[in-house]
Design a protein around this ligand. Structure first.
Ligand SMILES: [Zn+2]
Length: 205
């Protein structure tokens, strides 16, 4: 059996796939673009980071993001309450945008990752593997926790001279979530995941 063909995503040159050494990178023979790379323990690392990200995501959505101290009173708010307030204050498009990019999409991405990775790690291919995989690839660019963090930091600086700011547990959780999500992006190995699933499917009777 000959090796499968792969097309360069930069210049379309068709070439045969080769097995890579640990940590190696395959480059296009014509233009040098990176075709794929070997991710040692890519799946285990992604799984560990996903488990951590789920815990951080739950914390980030259960605790207050910030508290404002004004005239002896402290007002605290969670992310979900912020979205509701925006909605009630007739800033519905902003409310939808914040909800989609910081709650819905990260939740969908983490659920899809957990749904695909946990069974695969245990040697089973989950039902609807390719459909869930496509959902994962579609939602990945829409999670914008880092943009949200930037927005929060800018507003905190602006608010700092009006009221006392008390950073909440959720703010730290969001900061950590941002780093862990970036880590998932770096170690996630789509090719390795497919290869594992097709090996398991091939081995099934
Ligand atoms: Zn090329």
């Amino acid at each position: 059996m000959s090796a499968p063909l792969i097309a360069c995503h930069e210049c379309d040159l068709l070439q045969r796939e080769v097995a890579l050494p640990r940590g190696g990178v395959a480059r296009c023979a014509r233009c040098g673009a990176e075709l794929y790379r070997s991710h040692p323990h890519g799946m285990e690392r992604t799984l560990a980071l996903t488990a951590g990200a789920i815990v951080l995501f739950v914390l980030a959505n259960s605790f207050p993001i910030i508290g404002l101290q004004l005239e002896g009173q402290t007002i605290q708010t969670t992310l979900y309450n912020t979205v509701r307030t925006l909605w009630d204050e007739d800033m519905k498009s902003v409310a939808v945008l914040v909800f989609v990019t910081t709650i819905a999409m990260p939740a969908l991405q983490l659920s899809a990752l957990a749904y695909l990775l946990f069974p695969l790690r245990l040697g089973r291919v989950p039902a609807h593997f390719s459909a869930v995989f496509r959902v994962l690839q579609t939602v990945r660019p829409w999670g914008m926790v880092e943009v949200f963090m930037l927005g929060v930091l800018v507003s905190l600086v602006k608010l700092a001279h009006l009221a006392g700011i008390v950073p909440g547990v959720a703010l730290w959780s969001f900061a950590a979530l941002m780093l862990v999500m970036a880590g998932i992006g770096a170690v996630f190995d789509a090719r390795g995941l497919w290869a594992r699933a097709s090996r398991l499917q091939g081995a099934a009777p």
